[in-house]
Design a protein around this ligand. Structure first.
Ligand code: BTN
Length: 325
């Protein structure tokens, strides 16, 4: 037994004695104890009270592929093959390894409760505590090759802010190119990964990490200000619902993007631009630039007004400059 069957019982949030867990799972009490330690290692808040047994700090709604797909509108549900994992290294890595295992007209997607090697942008780690958030990857095949994906990451960000609005979150914003922020704190991030040839159809893995109930479920330390949906809505949030709304919005948006390209989305994207007219610093691989953010161009590049004129930024880490006076 891995801890996951145990977790299914504990997810109700009620007390279970060690003996009743052992009986229901058909294992020894030592095996139960070992698995409780494993759940704690995943970051779950399991506590024991003498005479009562074990309990989770909060009831936990586990991800359920069937629940999610039944919430999708029929065209979206009809084309997606969704897998849910309890534990995985990284959902992006999983789909990257299966890049070419797609069926015509189908979209592969996967979700995980926990990633033990979650990947962030620029080689960073994406901290992925169990059952707290959404870790979602989707594999999309672009028939028209690499040029056709200019602006893709910005468009995915747009689909995320629209999904958040649908869920009732007010004022989600995008920090170029594709970080989702709410009142200055990060709520979601996007990582696009691809492998393959420059010409011909290309396969891209689109990974989304969205904080949902992070503040309730985890005391994780993250090196930048962050927030989550439950903080915005003031309640625990159903991750199955969040996953369904996200998937639906992403699938719809990607289909339009594939037909019409970035131009269709540019104006809409600019309404969510958190950086526009702010003094910013852009950290590139070997270079730092400063200036005033002036929105984006038709390809999605960031326009930076500098002392040497306007410059286009294609990638980099942006921070807003703090006034020194
Ligand atoms: C960022 O650094 O802002 C991007 C974070 C992307 C994290 C998601 S979680 C699901 C998918 N699998 C990964 O390993 N990373 C992405």
């Amino acid at each position: 037994m891995r801890g996951h069957e145990l977790l299914r019982l504990l997810s109700t949030g009620q007390f279970y004695s060690g003996q009743s867990l052992a009986d229901q799972l058909g294992v020894s009490r030592t095996a139960v104890w070992n698995n409780i330690q494993y759940l704690k290692k995943l970051g779950l808040d399991v506590f024991a009270v003498q005479g009562k047994g074990y309990r989770l700090a909060y009831p936990l709604e586990l991800l359920d592929a069937q629940k999610i797909t039944t919430e999708l509108s029929s065209p979206a549900a009809g084309c997606v093959d969704l897998e849910v994992f309890s534990e995985i290294d990284s959902t992006n890595r999983y789909l990257l390894k299966r890049m070419y295992e797609t069926s015509p007209g189908r979209v592969r997607a996967c979700l995980a409760e926990y990633q033990n090697a979650g990947r962030g942008r620029r080689g960073r780690q994406w901290i992925s505590p169990f059952g707290a958030n959404i870790y979602l990857s989707l594999l999309w095949r672009f028939e028209r090759g690499l040029e056709a994906i200019e602006g893709l990451s910005l468009v995915v960000a747009l689909s995320l802010v629209k999904a958040l609005e649908k869920l009732g979150v007010s004022n989600p914003m995008i920090k170029w190119p594709n970080d989702i922020h709410c009142e200055g704190k990060k709520l979601a991030g996007i990582l696009l990964e691809m492998s393959g040839e420059a010409s011909g159809p290309c396969h891209i893995v689109i990974g989304v990490g969205m904080n949902v109930n992070m503040s309730r479920f985890s005391d994780t330390t993250i090196d930048q200000p962050w927030t989550d949906i439950s903080e915005k809505l003031g309640d625990l949030v159903s991750r199955n619902r969040v996953a369904a709304v996200l998937l639906e919005n992403m699938l719809e948006t990607l289909a339009v993007f594939e037909r019409k390209g970035f131009a269709e989305f540019k104006n809409d994207w600019q309404q969510y631009d958190v950086l526009v007219n702010k003094e910013i610093e852009v950290q590139e691989t070997n270079n730092m630039r400063q200036g005033i953010a002036r929105g984006i161009d038709d390809s999605g590049a960031l326009l930076l007004e500098t002392s040497r004129g306007q410059q286009r930024i294609l990638s980099g880490d942006v921070s807003v400059r703090v006034s020194r006076d």
